[in-house]
Design a protein around this ligand. Structure first.
Ligand SMILES: NC(=O)c1ccc[n+]([C@@H]2O[C@H](COP(=O)([O-])OP(=O)(O)OC[C@H]3O[C@@H](n4cnc5c(N)ncnc54)[C@H](OP(=O)(O)O)[C@@H]3O)[C@@H](O)[C@H]2O)c1
Length: 258
């Protein structure tokens, strides 16, 4: 097998996959891609209408009906129910994709503790909690975890302080649990996308001008110049999601990234 072939996952047939953030953007793209590859899906998001649309996209491709486990992941009961319902329905879990997340605009001068708590609760605390409850099941299947981090975890951007901190925490979380779970043959990786055109920026309150600046790199600092491009919707996810899939490849066993 060449090294390139090692990255090509052609089938995830029968792999039970729990995807958060599945109602929008990268998580929705991942859901459709995993459906194409034959995975059995449990999908979480808050917006049931969108979640249902994504599930229909999956079944239109011939995939099995996804299990919908909607709800706010900052609610501890929702997290517990999400895992319990997934296991009750499928009897196992092979893959966890933590894609749910929020962006918030705020610097050390303009942010506040409420914003910090909100970002950390969604982007870090809920990921810690959900992953913790999934791990016993993933150990049984020698499964995989993929965390959707961001270039903001590795590079410093002004004006999105809590978000950058949350993604750095996710990168460290990924590396630590990759080491903790390696001997149990659970693979843990993160993907760290640059700008991808989804709802995340508008939801953070960016107006059209600011959004255009983010998309075309005008707001970049020298430290962030690597991000002077963005991906457009059809590609979302194609590139980012291909990444999700490729980190599931067997040859990435025991390998912690980013
Ligand atoms: N787009 C980018 O440029 C980019 C770049 C790097 C990293 N990322 C990361 O990629 C991930 C997905 O972002 P995206 O761009 O796909 O954004 P998006 O389109 O806004 O989707 C965010 C998803 O997270 C879900 N979510 C948010 N808060 C939640 C909560 N409290 N409980 C449960 N679900 C919640 C949303 O659910 P509802 O819509 O149902 O409320 C939605 O499905 C995030 O972790 C983000 O930080 C994005």
């Amino acid at each position: 097998m060449t090294s390139e072939e090692g990255f090509k996952v052609t089938s995830l047939k029968g792999k039970v996959t729990l995807i958060t953030g599945a109602s929008s953007g990268i998580g929705a793209g991942a859901s459709v891609m995993f459906a194409k590859l034959g995975a059995l899906l449990a999908l979480n998001g808050r917006d049931l209408e969108n979640l249902t649309k994504v599930a229909k996209q999956c079944t239109d491709l011939g995939a099995a009906e996804p299990l919908l486990v909607p709800g706010d992941l900052t609610n501890e009961d929702t997290v517990k129910n999400t895992v319990e319902q997934t296991i009750a329905h499928f009897g196992r879990l092979d893959v966890l994709i933590n894609s749910a997340g929020i962006l918030a605009m705020g610097s050390i001068e303009t942010g506040d503790l409420a914003q910090y708590d909100k970002v950390m609760n969604v982007n870090v605390r809920s990921v810690y909690h959900l992953t913790q409850l999934c791990v016993p099941h993933l150990i049984k299947t020698k499964g995989s975890i993929v965390n959707v981090s961001s270039v903001n975890g590795q590079r410093s951007f002004p004006g999105v302080l809590a978000y950058c901190m949350s993604k750095s925490a996710i990168d460290q979380f990924t590396r630590c649990i990759a080491l903790e779970l390696a001997s149990k043959q659970v693979r843990v990786n993160s993907v760290c996308p640059g700008v991808i055109i989804t709802d995340v920026h508008r939801r953070a309150g960016l107006d059209e001008d600011q959004y255009a600046q983010v998309r075309f790199g005008v707001l970049q600092t020298p430290d962030t110049s690597l991000c002077k491009r963005s991906c457009f919707p059809d590609g979302v996810t194609e590139s980012s999601v291909r990444c999700h899939v490729s980190v599931l490849a067997e040859h990435s066993k025991y390998k912690a990234s980013p």
